[in-house]
Design a protein around this ligand. Structure first.
Ligand code: 5GP
Ligand code: MG
Length: 481
């Protein structure tokens, strides 16, 4: 189960926490639209509410009023092609001998089955096949014989894969980030408490100040009375494996992740795209919304170099059309692109056009757009993509299709160019991404690009060191050095 989700945890001095949790889930809505949930604790007992749908639909006023207490955790869940329903809504709650637990998880474990088997032998029974339930049971088991931080450390030794967690154990909130920092998690301060959230935009929505990112392998405990936090560095990995796709597509552009401003990263990637594969056309247009920052960076770099190119919003998005990405059939996806995006004829007719988007996954969007823009009278249609070809599945939390569906899994860039019918097509490389992000490529997870993963996954390659020679020093020395 691949879950690309949003998590939050808040502890306040003496204000009810449900409403700030609810607002922060709104701020994280882009990270999951299938279900939403909140669990709170008032010092005596835990309350929770989860439901399917958008945050605004999952809670009504009475639900929020019933969630009493000054600390709690929340979750928004990403839609996956199967498994829609309340079965896997989070926070995942259990009560056990030594207390109550509610766990919100963003990421995906790679050893769920082995762990579940071990726990089942010990008498744990499972109601879902979700990895989050396995984490919760493992943690509950460790809490029976150890103090909380020790129990979390023991749990982190057992669970492998990507996880950013917010945990409510009795009345205490913890934030936990996996040792490779694959998914984001940030710590912020409010006037009257502290917040942990997937993205900084959620902290700002609450009028809070971001303190810093939670470090890979770090656990943050929020004092129950909301007056302080403590940090526990419980695990260290040889190297981080930050998901590059958070920067390219998933995160909000107004968030800052691991010190990188997402909007600026996207603009810089767009500028890099111009440097590497710029082509003179009459107009540059973004694919809304995901391609906007890339196209702005691309066109800006072109204009800085004196290119006579117009930057225009030439594709209009119908915001009432649902997500094309998760529609079950290819025909539905194609139809949905047509419903969703319509060109401004006047902008494209008789002109050469560059369309900029963040990524190509199945190829549906770019193929349809080439057709649509040609039908509207464009003379030439060039596609520029702000990510490398997505050629392999994601096992760590992004809901990518299988290899059979990924257009780049078995086609070269030239073949894809033909398949989508573009006059030209260019992508960025993994080295471009590492360079713009100012990470060494061994600090990034680029599994969906290279097919080599930061964890051992059955049937896939790993050993990142040999597969990703460091690119931090890739630039050749300048002449005369
Ligand atoms: P394609 O049409 O090639 O299958 O997908 C590419 C389009 O889907 C791009 O416009 C990109 O912004 C978007 N996209 C990429 N990854 C995801 C994802 O994980 N979820 C959703 N909903 N859209 C995505
Ligand atoms: Mg898009």
């Amino acid at each position: 189960m691949h879950e690309k989700c949003g998590v939050v945890g808040i502890a306040l001095r003496d204000r009810e926490v449900a409403r700030p949790l609810y607002y922060s889930l709104y701020a994280l809505q882009h990270r999951g639209q299938e279900a939403a949930g909140i669990a709170t604790h008032d010092g005596f007992q835990q309350y929770d509410h989860t439901d399917t749908g958008l945050v605004g639909d999952a809670f009504d006023e009475a639900d929020i009023d019933d969630l009493t207490g000054t600390r709690g955790v929340g979750h928004v869940r990403y839609p996956t092609s199967g498994g829609v329903g309340t079965c896997c809504a989070q926070p995942f709650s259990v009560s056990f001998k030594s207390g109550s637990l509610a766990v919100s998880h963003n990421g995906n474990l790679v050893n769920t089955e082995a762990l579940r088997d071990t726990l089942a032998e010990d008498g744990h029974t499972f109601t879902t096949d979700a990895d989050t339930e396995v984490i919760t049971h493992e943690l509950a088991r460790n809490l029976l014989s150890a103090a909380p931080i020790q129990a979390i450390a023991e749990t982190m030794e057992q669970i492998h894969g990507s996880y950013s967690l917010t945990v409510l154990h009795d009345e205490t909130v913890y934030g936990i980030r996996d040792p490779k920092g694959n998914r984001p998690l940030v710590l912020g301060e409010l006037d009257d408490g502290y917040v942990l959230a997937s993205e900084s935009a959620a902290v700002e929505t609450l009028d809070g100040e971001v303190i810093r990112d939670v470090a890979p392998g770090e656990v943050i405990r929020l004092a129950t009375d909301g007056t302080e936090y403590t940090s526990h560095q419980l695990a260290t990995a040889e190297s981080a494996a930050h998901c590059f796709f958070e920067y390219v597509y998933f995160a909000r552009p107004d968030s800052v992740i691991d010190g990188r401003r997402v909007y600026e990263v996207r603009r810089d990637l767009g500028a890099r795209l111009w440097e590497q594969s710029g082509i003179d056309t009459d107009v540059v247009m973004p694919v809304p919304d995901s391609g906007r920052a890339f196209a702005a960076g691309y066109a800006g770099a072109a204009q800085d170099e004196g290119a006579d190119v117009e930057f225009a919003e030439g594709l209009m998005k119908n915001r009432y059309v649902g997500r094309t990405f998760i529609m079950p059939t290819q025909e539905q996806r194609e139809r949905a692109v047509r419903l969703k995006l319509n060109p401004i004829k006047h902008t494209v007719a008789g002109r050469s056009v560059t369309i900029v988007d963040d990524s190509i996954v199945r190829g549906t969007t770019s193929h349809q757009l080439v057709d649509i823009v040609r039908d509207a009278g464009a003379e030439a249609v060039h596609i520029r993509i702000g990510a490398p070809p997505i050629a392999a599945p994601c096992y760590l939390g992004i809901d990518m299709p299988t290899r059979e569906e990924l257009i780049a899994a078995d086609m070269s860039v030239d073949e894809i160019e033909d398949a989508i019918g573009a006059d030209s097509l260019a992508y960025l490389t993994a080295a471009d991404i590492a360079r713009v992000l100012d990470f060494d490529s061994t600090e990034l997870c680029l599994g969906c690009v290279s097919g080599a993963y930061p964890y051992d996954i059955e049937g896939e390659k790993s050993d990142r060191e040999t597969l990703y020679p460091p690119v931090g020093v890739e630039d050749p020395p300048a002449e005369g050095d």
